[in-house]
Design a protein around this ligand. Structure first.
Ligand code: 5CA
Ligand code: ZN
Length: 443
């Protein structure tokens, strides 16, 4: 499906480096420079289930990976980025039923709102933006292939519509025997923790007929009143993890650089998306598993069911500049869990206003170059031949912060220091370009 408008990214002098990123599978920091056989930096980020878009938690996740994309682009890499939309799944259908809206209408409206919010926040769009409903045949074919390899089995559905009758499950034990993947190798978690999370996050450990309580659903046979598609594995709809596994492989190939999302996806979602892919390819799915922290509000993880959503669109409607929302979010390390507080947007707006005032202050005072006759002659700076050594030093500092696991708070602190001192118009122009290109904030 259509994604959203790509923000302009001003060119910067020189080059940054692909960042080192925390990998949640190994607990180590890994270099994200693409290896020789895959020249593109590839990224898959789990997209929204379109029913309560776009809250600050969603925005934080997509801004974290937007920072990764911007840092990769600054390193001169070609980036291939895919994001899905879970446009058919239990939570969406439940919400549609509860509110008396057709699930397709609910999804379409929420996807459009999400696009508008992402464009307003100047988030770089994915190159491929795909809904589950656009990928049904490919997903069913993957389930069928798992069946052929003896890694999928059926469980009868007594409550199914007449012609249907069998759900498909992924056989953890069979996959472990046949592939390099073992349960926990992606999430790094042990079985008791996984059992707890599985039940909390959409799993069905008590379903009768499963071989292992943690075996995840691959394909759900049609139920009365639910959407369903004809397929090689019967009439029904895809399970959640196989959706992302297939959309990622269809668009990015068998091995991807970074699999990303919010921290709520570490298990079971990313464990099994990777397991399904490995069961089909024989190789590891992603070089790095990267997750953002979870954003809370009023003491709880932000979610509609708890009634504690702060929506980007509400803030925008209240007149908050999107750059201030961006600044408020990027002020947190992306891996931290944190809480949004009332007034965060106003504090960020003040910080932004302070930076803008500093540029005006220096323009009014007529601050000129640092006076170093041997200063860099910078192609692309506003004033040809102007001395912008100070701005080049800032740029180097910001690049080094982002290289270090996307340290956006550190990068923003460098800008605070910058605006506290007088600089020439040419230096300010370069600093503004750096802020825009790397952090998406336009002064
Ligand atoms: N459609 C699935 C992924 S395939 C899903 O989790 N959708 S979602 O709408 O619930 O979340 C969209 C993205 O935002 C996911 O990457 C999720 O991990 C992230 N996310 C959800 N809630 C929060 C939160 N409170 N804080 C930070 N990130 C969150
Ligand atoms: Zn996903």
């Amino acid at each position: 499906m259509r994604s959203w408008t790509r923000p302009d990214i001003p060119p910067l002098p020189g080059r940054g480096r692909a960042p080192r990123l925390h990998d949640d599978s190994s607990g180590r920091f890994l270099d994200t420079t693409p290896s020789g056989d895959t020249p593109d930096a590839t990224l898959y980020v789990c997209g929204i289930t379109p029913y309560d878009a776009t809250h600050i938690g969603h925005a934080a996740t997509y801004l974290a990976f937007d920072t990764l994309v911007r840092t990769w682009l600054d390193a001169g890499l070609t980036v291939s980025y895919t994001q899905n939309v879970t446009d058919v799944d239990d939570p969406l259908l439940e919400r549609a039923t509860a509110t008396g809206v057709d699930w397709r209408e609910l999804a379409a409206g929420q996807i459009e709102l999400f696009r508008t919010d992402m464009a307003a926040l100047r988030v770089t769009p994915p190159d491929a933006y795909l809904g589950v409903t656009e990928t049904i045949d490919e997903i069913a074919a993957a389930v069928d292939e798992l069946r052929r390899r003896g890694i999928a089995y059926t469980v009868p559905t007594p409550d199914a519509a007449e012609e249907a009758g069998e759900d498909w499950y992924f056989d953890i034990a069979a996959a472990e025997a046949a592939t390099p993947w073992v349960l926990g190798s992606e999430s790094g978690l042990d079985r008791p923790v996984m059992s707890e999370l599985f039940a909390q996050r959409g799993g069905d450990p008590d379903r009768a007929g499963k071989r292992d309580p943690l075996d995840p659903l691959l394909w759900r046979a049609e139920r009365a009143g639910e959407p369903a598609w004809d397929s090689v594995v019967g009439r029904g709809r895809p399970g959640w993890h196989i959706e992302c596994s297939v959309i990622a492989r269809e668009t990015l190939g068998d091995r991807i650089g970074v699999q990303g999302g919010g921290g709520d996806l570490v298990f079971p979602h990313h464990e099994f998306s990777a397991a399904h892919a490995t069961a089909l390819t024989g190789e590891r799915f992603a070089d790095v598993n990267a997750h953002g922290g979870l954003v809370a509000f009023d003491g709880e993880k932000m979610s509609k069911s708890l009634g504690n959503l702060v929506l980007v669109s509400q803030l925008r409607a209240a007149g908050v500049e999107p750059a201030a929302v961006r600044l408020a979010i990027l002020a947190h390390p992306y891996r931290d869990d944190w809480e949004w507080h009332r007034g965060d947007e106003a504090r960020a707006a003040e910080r932004l206003a302070g930076w803008r005032a500093a540029v005006e202050r220096d323009a009014a005072a007529g601050v000129s170059g640092a006076g170093d006759a041997l200063g860099a002659e910078l192609p692309g700076a506003d004033v040809p031949g102007a001395d912008v050594d100070d701005a080049l030093t800032l740029l180097e500092g910001v690049r080094s912060r982002l290289h270090d696991d996307l340290d956006t708070p550190g990068a923003l602190d460098a800008f605070d220091d910058w605006f506290a001192e007088p600089h020439s118009a040419a230096s300010h122009a370069l600093a503004a370009d750096a802020l825009d290109a790397l952090l998406g904030i336009r002064l």
